[in-house]
Design a protein around this ligand. Structure first.
Ligand code: UD1
Ligand code: CA
Length: 453
């Protein structure tokens, strides 16, 4: 059967108190709606329709160019009205699954369980038994069978005591759903057309309604305010960390790590507290990430140690590199094997070959550094002339003394030594000692200044 997934995302999300539309609020670094769309693709939806309204242009722009059908709900008159806006483009023979843009943690296996429990012409609703169902619609059953769903605000005290909540997720045959939606009324406490009223209509038409229950409260969590957003964030982070722990990754504390994107780890990786991974990050076998690190879109090789307090973005490292503490690797930093980058060192768009060391207080930008090089403390590649960037090339085995300025474009030949405190603006030959500094003088007759009264 062909499946259309309709995702409701038109609401303003007043309770977020934010200029950003609710479905664009970030969860694990990506918009809420992105999670729902990816979940939809994972169950093999043939057609994904997003009902948009509030903040519509902003929402659409984020998903520009993707294979998504968009249905405008100009006025937010309720969840039933929202689904109706998507029905015009939904073929009658399809099965419809309704998801909510603010319910981001549903697992594909749960959706598949909902589908497979419903026959071609039947209705399914995903329910959950909650410790505290406050705010959710409640599922009313008679002799075990679902007969309707009632909103918190329209419920009697006896109904409010029911702990089986409506997750809002529902599947139904398209043709019948169109008919029911056309007959909805807004005669309720919010004056809205409720999708949830469809359940009672189905029952009245003699259509079987399957209430399929999940025992995973986190996956059906609705995200309506910042507190729930934070709860969802922790639930998702725990899920991501659990999956990595199953693969053998060790976390000092699974509650104190954040993965905002995709983290792939080799064997025996150790991650200490307050490590944040963004975008696509790979950590090789036996690599250790100490506390307080940000690693974004980087590929870290095997047996690396990333000491505390580093900021690493768009970098690649080989094996057995040591980085930090307090290092910054910027986009295009490419380290080979056994490279050491120490404290207060910034590396940008530069390659550093095997065994080279840049240990203290240094800026390396637009450089090509050979193997076995030692860069002294306080060295700066002066790569920018105010208009253009220029390259510094340093041969294998070079020793650069402390406090050297390398004014690019400049090349240091293999095995050369540059004396401390030099300003090097012309290329230095292989194997020689080159100095570029004023001769030291002691000024005769100099007297220390005296403080004025
Ligand atoms: C809804 C359900 C409730 C369920 C809960 C689960 C209804 C009437 N109630 O309540 O039974 O327990 O979800 O999380 O369906 N939206 C639109 N257009 C509208 C109104 C809403 O697109 O006119 C979208 C919202 O953007 C949101 C979703 O539908 O993504 C749910 O709307 P919301 O107002 O949050 O419903 P709840 O009160 O949470
Ligand atoms: Ca909601």
């Amino acid at each position: 059967m062909t499946t259309s997934i309709i995702i409701l995302a038109a609401g303003q999300g007043k309770r977020m108190n934010s200029a950003l539309p609710k479905v664009l609020q970030p969860l694990a670094g990506r918009p809420l709606l992105r999670h729902v769309i990816e979940g939809s693709r994972a169950v093999g939806a043939d057609d994904i329709c997003v009902v948009y309204g509030h903040g519509g242009d902003e929402v659409r722009a984020v998903f520009e160019g993707e294979n998504i059908r968009w249905a405008l709900q100009a006025e937010q008159l309720g969840t039933g009205h929202a689904v109706q806006q998507a029905m015009a483009g939904t073929p009658d023979g399809n099965r419809v699954l309704v998801l909510y843009g603010d319910v981001p943690l549903l697992r594909p296996q749960t959706l598949i369980r909902l589908f497979s429990s419903c026959g071609h012409d039947e209705v399914g609703v995903l329910t959950v038994d909650m410790d505290d169902a406050f705010g959710y619609g409640r599922i009313i059953r008679e002799d075990g069978a679902v007969i309707k769903s009632i909103e918190e605000r329209d419920a009697t005290d006896a109904e409010k005591a029911i702990t089986e909540a409506n997750t809002g997720v529902m599947c139904a045959p398209a043709a019948r759903l169109k008919n029911w939606l056309g007959r909805l009324s807004n005669n309720n406490s919010q004056g809205e057309y409720y999708l949830t009223d469809v359940l009672a209509m189905a029952v009245a038409d003699g259509v079987v309604v399957h209430g399929v229950m999940t025992d995973n409260q986190a996956e059906v969590m609705g995200v309506n305010d910042k507190k729930q957003l934070a709860d969802a964030e922790r639930a998702l982070q725990r899920r991501l960390v659990d999956a990595l722990m199953e693969e053998g990754v060790t976390f000092a504390d699974p509650a104190r790590v954040d993965i905002r994107g995709e983290l792939k780890c080799g064997r025996d990786v150790f991650i200490d507290v307050n490590a944040v991974f963004e975008g696509s990050v790979i950590l090789g076998d036996n690599t250790k990430v100490e506390s307080n690190n940000l690693v974004r879109d980087s590929n870290i090789g095997a047996s690396n140690i990333i000491h505390s307090n580093c900021h690493i973005e768009g970098a690649t490292t080989g094996n057995a590199c040591e980085i930090g503490p307090f290092s910054r690797l910027r986009p295009g930093a490419e380290l080979a094997n056994n490279v050491k980058i120490g404290n207060f060192v910034e590396v940008k768009k530069s390659t550093i070959a095997d065994g080279s060391k840049v240990n203290h207080l240094t800026y390396i930008g637009d450089a090509v550094i050979g193997s076995g090089v030692n860069i002294g403390a306080g060295t700066i590649t002066c790569n920018y002339d105010g208009a253009n960037k220029h390259q510094t090339i340093i041969g294998d085995g070079v020793f650069i003394g402390s406090g050297v300025e390398l004014v690019a474009p400049v090349e240091i030949g293999k095995g050369a030594t540059i004396g401390a405190g030099s300003t090097i603006s012309k290329s230095a030959p292989e194997g020689k000692l080159t100095l570029g500094r004023a001769r030291q003088v002691t000024v005769p007759g100099w007297k220390p200044p005296i403080k004025k009264k």
